[in-house]
Design a protein around this ligand. Structure first.
Ligand SMILES: Cc1ncc(COP(=O)(O)O)c(C=O)c1O
Length: 383
């Protein structure tokens, strides 16, 4: 029998059904999903409108290559422009977050003919060659991906950034930054830091790339979390929440960056089914006012978590929340899963990450708060 290539530590759970913020295993056990399959479930599992849109499209045509007109792509870019407020940007569609960042970094280099990329400590941009080279984790970087072209700087250190540009600003092709680091442990990029990046990129002709793969698509309460800084990036990369589980990704590109035939390309990117799924997501975000919900339920969660003395440094924006778990509570995430049937995310070594659907209901958030208090109480009692 052929076996799976064992690259993931997995929980011994088989999920067979999902709806909204809930999933069920093969034994009929119900779980509250505050992990969203790693920030992917934006509008809720198996949302009826999303299912219908995909089903209807499947009956018509699922795929044809980018050699013909696909009006759904235009429909998607118009809708994305409207909801994100970046109506004069241009959309390029692809399939995953890594691919989106790979294309963003490549495009920046095509645009200004330069090679150096500035990235930040604890960043995660994906597993493909340039994306992983700009990722601050040696474990993911194969020898073939190692390059002198990426300069790592400390996050939110304006002086270090200024110094870097003073020294080699004319060599820098792009600066890539997550608005809120996900894998790195929910670290928010300061608004003033993003403004500094904008200013220096403009001054030196470098491209400001906003990795919005995890923190984008409304999760922070704004469409792009980078928007809190009040300045525009030149390229935004998107994936995860864009398809609510259907693999679709993209970059949007500021108007001064001009396309040339064949400079970017993809077989699957922008296929009919992916566009239908992505359109359904935007329609639901708008119709159900999910960004407002992310603000409201996110604030409730943060306020409540801050009241729990054992949890430290509660942080994040909207429904992208992290907090530090002290050593004595190191089983908290596991206990939430096995005792309370609640999925949460983590960031090594000791951060719990909440990345639920943007449609998370207040009563589900309340249930989580009750459950986490109960589990903390149980652990503390034992010690
Ligand atoms: C900020 C960020 N960028 C890029 C990626 C890579 O996305 P994908 O796994 O779809 O390639 C991730 C995935 O976790 C991410 O969090």
């Amino acid at each position: 029998m052929m076996n799976l290539f064992d690259v993931y530590p997995i929980n011994d759970i088989t999920i067979v059904k999902a709806k909204g913020s809930y999933v069920w295993d093969d034994k009929g056990e119900q779980y509250l999903d505050l992990y969203g399959g790693h920030a992917v479930i934006s509008i809720g599992h198996t949302h009826a409108h999303w299912v219908k849109r995909i089903e209807e499209q499947l009956e018509k045509i699922a795929f044809y290559s980018n050699s013909i007109k696909i009006p759904l792509q235009q429909e998607l870019s118009a809708k994305l422009g409207k909801i994100s407020g970046k109506e004069d940007y241009q959309l390029f569609l692809c399939n995953s977050g890594a691919e989106a960042n790979e294309n963003a970094l490549k495009l920046a280099s095509f645009h200004n003919g330069r090679k150096k990329i500035v990235a930040f400590s604890k960043s995660f941009h994906g597993r493909t060659s340039l994306a992983v080279a700009a990722t601050d984790n040696k474990n993911y970087v194969a020898p073939v991906n190692e390059t002198d072209n990426v300069i790592f700087l400390p996050l939110n250190d304006e002086d270090a950034l200024q110094e870097c540009f003073d020294e080699r600003g004319k060599e820098i092709s792009g600066v890539i930054i997550e608005g809120i680091q996900g894998v790195g442990g929910i670290n928010v990029a300061d608004d003033s830091f993003l403004r500094k990046i904008r200013t220096l990129c403009t001054e030196y002709g470098a491209v400001y790339i906003a990795d919005s793969v995890q923190c984008g698509y409304g999760r922070s309460g704004k469409f792009f979390s980078h928007d809190f800084a009040g300045v525009n990036a030149d390229i935004y990369s998107m994936a995860k929440g864009m398809g609510n589980g259907f693999p679709v990704a993209g970059i949007i590109i500021a108007p001064h960056i001009k396309p040339r035939h064949f400079m970017l390309g993809t077989t699957f990117g922008g296929n009919h089914l992916a566009c239908a799924a992505a359109l359904a997501v935007l329609e639901v975000i708008e119709e159900e006012k999910l960004m407002g919900n992310a603000v409201m339920v996110g604030k409730y969660l943060r306020d409540q978590l801050e009241e729990i003395p054992e949890l430290k440094n509660v942080r994040g924006r909207g429904l992208m929340i992290g907090f530090d778990v002290p050593e004595e509570l190191k089983n908290l995430k596991k206990n939430l899963l096995w005792n309370q049937k609640i999925f949460t995310g983590e960031a090594k070594p000791s951060v719990i990450r909440l990345l639920p659907s943007l449609a998370l209901k207040k009563r589900d958030a309340e249930q989580f708060i009750d459950s986490i208090k109960e589990e903390i109480g149980a652990i503390v009692e034992k010690v």
